[in-house]
Design a protein around this ligand. Structure first.
Ligand SMILES: [Zn+2]
Length: 109
């Protein structure tokens, strides 16, 4: 399944976001591995959000909702409609990452 960056439209494989992106966020191997066992609500706490940000990532409430990615042109701004739609879906579907990923893919978000 692919989801798209809200800013540049780049498609990202959901498994890459859920399993691999953390290894590009400048964490130690142990920290990155520990990240996988965190409950969904803690995967984007301030510390991890900052690490992802340094690597060029910005997410909504979960890593499925890509707001900015390392492919984004430096000054690009997120597509506001897409940003709001994805935030609303995220709100509605809560922490169900699979459902969210499937819904984003269905709507090419
Ligand atoms: Zn992007």
């Amino acid at each position: 399944m692919d989801v798209h960056c809200t800013t540049c439209g780049e498609p990202w494989d959901v498994d890459h976001l859920r399993y691999d992106a953390i290894y590009e966020a400048g964490m130690s191997q142990e920290e990155a591995e520990a990240w996988h066992s965190l409950p969904p609500g803690q995967k984007l706490n301030a510390r991890y959000r900052q690490a992802f940000h340094t690597a060029g990532w910005e997410f909504g409430r979960s890593v499925i909702n890509v707001i900015r990615c390392p492919c984004c042109p430096k000054d690009a701004q997120p597509d506001i409609n897409r940003l709001h739609t994805k935030a609303a879906l995220e709100e509605m579907l809560g922490d169900g990452e699979d459902g969210l990923a499937a819904t984003f893919e269905d709507h090419q978000l």
